[in-house]
Design a protein. Structure first.
Length: 257
């Protein structure tokens, strides 16, 4: 009897080991709110803990995830209400489907940068009167020359390098840091770039997109659409600021549309 028991125990042990192997061999499913999430790397069982890719879980829960290499930090931010990102023209719910998926229209950018519509953009900045919300703001990046930026740019936009240099490692690292800082303040993990006419910025947007940035390009660029110098639709006479943050007025008589 004793021998039989030992055999039975051994058999059960083998069955259990086999079952454990079977469990370990089958992929671990990841479900968020009842929906299965497909991640690039499958969850793994390690030291009795299931390790899952934090980006996929976080994004499924409506959070944005930034890998801040400089500070060796994973920054997870809960996104506020409303649209997650500015829409490009051929996003599924965009009004004008086209090949130009990277384009953002000037009025759409203006609307998120000036929530309280007082013509003072990103007025959560020091020295401004408040009322705008950073939560729906992309990081706006000027890709013209520093001289052009200093003369007049979209309020709140930053300058790091010209379009042809923005993809260089030191510049894309700086951009990543600026984006992390923007997100840390509550902004979106999205970049909107612009140049004069949207051509060179479009090329840079492709480079930055391949580098992992969520990037859009201001359709028709700063000169044509933001400053309204051409009749390309839509043109606005968007607010401008110089290097000292002083508003750059339009020549009198003020253009009307
Ligand atoms: Ca405002
Ligand atoms: Ca205001
Ligand atoms: Ca805003």
């Amino acid at each position: 009897m004793k021998r039989k028991s030992i055999i039975l125990i051994l058999t059960l042990s083998l069955v259990l080991i086999a079952a454990t192997w079977a469990i370990a061999d089958s992929p671990i499913k990841l479900l968020v709110n009842g929906n299965e999430i497909k991640s690039d790397v499958a969850p793994v069982l390690q030291n009795d803990r299931v390790l899952v890719p934090v980006r996929f879980v976080s994004e499924a829960l409506g959070c944005e995830v930034i890998w801040d290499k400089e500070n060796q930090s994973v920054v997870i931010t809960k996104i506020g209400g409303g649209d997650k990102y500015l829409k490009g023209q051929n996003d599924p719910d965009a009004a004008e489907p086209s090949i130009h998926s990277n384009f953002v229209k000037a009025p759409d950018l203006l609307a998120v940068l000036d929530d309280d519509k007082d013509n003072d953009l990103c007025d959560y900045r020091d020295g401004h009167n408040g009322g705008d919300n950073i939560a729906n703001d992309p990081l706006v990046v000027d890709l013209r020359t520093k001289k052009d930026y200093d003369a007049g740019h979209i309020p709140g936009a930053i300058f790091i390098a010209q379009a042809q240099d923005i993809g260089m490692k030191e510049n894309s690292d700086k951009l990543r840091q600026e984006l992390a800082a923007h997100v840390a303040k509550g902004g979106k993990s999205q970049i909107v770039v612009y140049c004069f006419t949207a051509h060179t910025a479009g090329l840079a947007a492709g480079v930055l997109g391949a580098d992992g940035f969520n990037v859009k390009n201001l359709r028709f660029g700063y000169s044509i659409t933001w400053e309204g110098t051409k009749s390309a639709d839509p043109t606005i006479y968007g607010p401008r600021e110089d290097a000292n943050g002083i508003a750059v007025p339009y020549p009198a008589p003020a253009p009307t549309k």
